[in-house]
Design a protein around this ligand. Sequence first.
Ligand SMILES: NC(=O)c1ccc[n+]([C@@H]2O[C@H](COP(=O)([O-])OP(=O)(O)OC[C@H]3O[C@@H](n4cnc5c(N)ncnc54)[C@H](O)[C@@H]3O)[C@@H](O)[C@H]2O)c1
Ligand SMILES: O=C(O)C1=N[C@H](C(=O)O)CCC1
Length: 250
Amino acid sequence: MKIALLGYGKMGKIIEKIAIDRKHEIVLTIDHDNMHELTVENLKKADVAIEFTTPSSVLSNIHKCFEAGIPVVVGTTGWYEHLPALKAQHEPNGSTILYASNFSIGVNIFFHVNKILAKLMNNYPYYEVQVEEIHHTQKLDSPSGTAITIAEGIIENLDAKRDWANILINDNDNTVDDNVKNEQLLIESHRIDSVPGTHTVIYDSEVDTLEFKHTAHNRNGFALGAVLAAEWIKDKKGFHSIQDMFNFSV
Ligand SMILES: NC(=O)c1ccc[n+]([C@@H]2O[C@H](COP(=O)([O-])OP(=O)(O)OC[C@H]3O[C@@H](n4cnc5c(N)ncnc54)[C@H](O)[C@@H]3O)[C@@H](O)[C@H]2O)c1
Ligand SMILES: O=C(O)C1=N[C@H](C(=O)O)CCC1
């Protein structure tokens, strides 16, 4: 498969290696210093594009892929508020996209179990729930896309929570937020050194604490998932989330 790589940062470089190991060919690599090469003509040389850039560039990159008529796998986070309008405008024209806040298999299992756990916890209202995420200090968005997906999974299934609120904790002081309402699910974001991504759902009561946690040891799981998604989407049409690809059942 011929791949166009949009974004050649921490993720783009690992995706390149995994794609080549899986016998794919990288026919176009775009980063901030050669954006003039991101043309419809160049994109048409690829069967699929994989996009890991920044929240401010992702939308225009997606539009370019749609214009070129190639499917695009999007890993960039921090842009999902634009998804409904993008879908309404472009899905009827046959444009193809697969997006995920997290491509790792472990996190997608976590997403699934998180929903089941939230449903179960309706029976035990004396537990207060919160989500914590820790990422490296270069991360541009907060909360992480993964933490938002986890929070949405809880809100859909746990009657006590209606929406989420985020605080970015400065670990050097003891920031406490007293603006979070009872019906809001708190997402606490921490930025520490080079942490690739840690997410924890915490149910706390007076007598005990239940913690459900995913720790990424490196970025390889995200990158492999993105290449698997490109293989999956290549001959499909329309708007897909990664749930369409994994389709877990127990
Ligand atoms: N979905 C997932 O599984 C997953 C996993 C890791 C990271 N991410 C997300 O992916 C994005 C990238 O992460 P990263 O760690 O590789 O970041 P990074 O900062 O290391 O890399 C981003 C790269 O994009 C380049 N870039 C900026 N504007 C561009 C443009 N218009 N066109 C092409 N390239 C451009 C930058 O120069 C940089 O090299 C972030 O939004 C992050 O949250 C998602
Ligand atoms: O390193 C990042 O940035 C990550 N972003 C995704 C998110 O926002 O959830 C996935 C984990 C790593």
